[in-house]
Design a protein around this ligand. Structure first.
Ligand code: ATP
Ligand code: MG
Length: 421
């Protein structure tokens, strides 16, 4: 019997993992430059946390969570998203009282979904959450930070910003009532999912992919007609900041986000280059959440981006990562001993250089093939003659003619420093 990955789970082979780590580091470095502090959160939380925060009538809680009883009989859930945990951490450790905070986190999330390209049951997110700041300036900062990131990753041309305001809780309540009133007239024509949501979470019907339902929605009441004045002003100011920064966006009234906690600003970064799984990053404001979780009223806003989808976009752009700058080949015995010693000396003196020693038997020719495949710029060749002369042959693998020099051990570091420039 051969074991296989569980459906929806992915193995990241070295090339893919390198790409993931690379993207993650680049995102992290941008967040760092904006003054965001990284935090780590457990993969497991009590099930009730997610039910309470995300909402009972959401897709995630209704059908996507990995929930089980532990040996103690407590119901636990593998986190399907990061905001709930982040708010819990901030509250539990008293990080929110009279403070402004900018946090970020990264790691796997779990949702029991139908796996397809860009949609997995374990996927990687990077999230940012800001607390204690109520104005549109911080919404704008989060959005501009994403825009910078797309530029640095070289994908700014392929991603667009979709923006909407959901108003405050009261205006959403009024809209909800009006929407339900309107849709009740079409009960017999609604698809099954939408009919169910009419009771539990009618706003989600706006997201429906069913054409006949979308047709019914054409004449439905519009959220924007219910938005309170303060939320309107907040949104206008946000748009003004983005305009002043020269950032293009598209106001999309159907963006309501799948989770219960959002209010006012909501946004998504969307691409055409990934087919149906086009949302690379989603976020918004959640001013009521901390209070709803038993804390003092604290405004919040954040986003989460999907690393798997970013990796799919970047796959073609990044060359497969080279594993070595210097590859050391040698014959067995004394020469191999010298090879290992020389490699350590280089690692001490040139910490940025990646040095790989061929640690397996094999003829010189086969070893040189490995050196070539490693993408290394330089092969160091050590045989009995080199040992006798206390020297190393330095071969420039990528130069025309592949020049080769016998270099004494004492001069090796300065020689390598020169040729690695
Ligand atoms: P979608 O509409 O694609 O299901 P979502 O609204 O459920 O996305 P969020 O909860 O906002 O997604 O998560 C933020 C980001 O995480 C998404 O924009 C996406 O890039 C990524 N993401 C979400 N679910 C998955 C998944 N199952 N597999 C891979 N990436 C995902
Ligand atoms: Mg989803």
């Amino acid at each position: 019997m051969k074991f296989q990955t569980i459906r929806g789970m992915q193995d990241l082979l070295p090339e893919q993992q390198t790409l993931f780590s690379d993207i993650s580091d680049r995102v992290g470095s941008v967040l760092h430059r904006y003054g965001y502090a990284e935090m780590g959160m457990p993969l497991l939380e009590s099930t009730s946390l997610f039910k309470r925060v995300i909402g009972e009538a959401t897709d995630i809680v209704e059908k996507e969570m990995y929930t089980f009883d532990d040996r103690n009989g407590d119901s636990l859930t593998l986190r399907p998203e990061g905001t709930a945990s982040c708010v819990r951490v901030a509250q539990q450790h008293g990080l929110l009282f009279n403070q402004t905070q900018r946090f970020w986190y990264r790691g796997p999330m779990f949702r029991y979904e139908r796996p397809q390209k860009g949609r997995y049951r374990q996927f990687e997110q990077i999230g940012a959450e800001c607390f204690g700041m109520a104005g549109p300036d911080i919404d704008a900062e989060l959005i501009l930070m994403c825009a910078r990131l797309w530029r640095e990753l070289g994908i700014a041309d392929e991603i667009e910003l979709e923006l909407n305001s959901m108003g405050d809780a009261a205006s959403r309540g009024e809209f909800r009532e009006a929407l339900v009133g309107y849709l009740e007239q079409y009960k017999s024509e609604l698809d099954e999912d939408s009919l169910r949501r009419l009771e539990s979470n009618p706003l989600r019907i706006l997201d429906s992919k069913v054409a006949s339902t979308q047709a019914i929605l054409t004449d439905a009441p519009k959220l924007k007609d219910f938005i309170d004045d303060e939320s309107k002003a907040h949104f206008e100011e946000l748009c003004a900041i983005l305009d002043a920064a020269g950032l293009a966006y598209h106001i999309n009234p159907s963006i309501v986000r799948g989770l219960d906690y959002y209010n006012r600003t909501v946004f998504e970064w969307v691409t055409n280059s990934l087919g149906a799984q086009g949302t690379v990053c989603g976020g918004g404001r959640y001013d009521g959440l901390v209070e709803q979780m038993g804390g003092k009223p604290t405004p919040g806003v954040g986003f989460a981006m999907g690393l798997d989808r970013l990796a799919l976009m970047l796959e073609q752009k990044f060359q497969s990562a080279a594993v070595a700058d210097i590859y050391v080949v040698s014959t067995a015995g004394d020469a191999r001993m010298l090879a290992l010693k020389v490699a350590e000396t280089i690692r001490d003196a040139l910490p940025a250089a990646r040095v790989v020693v061929h640690c397996h038997s094999g003829k010189f020719k086969a070893q040189m093939k490995k050196a070539d495949a490693s993408d290394a710029k330089i092969a160091l060749i050590i045989g009995e003659e080199e040992v006798a002369a206390q020297s190393v042959n330095v071969k420039m693998l990528r130069d025309e003619g592949q020049s080769q020099n016998l270099v004494g051990l004492n001069d090796l570091i300065s020689h390598l420093t020169e040729v690695l420039k």
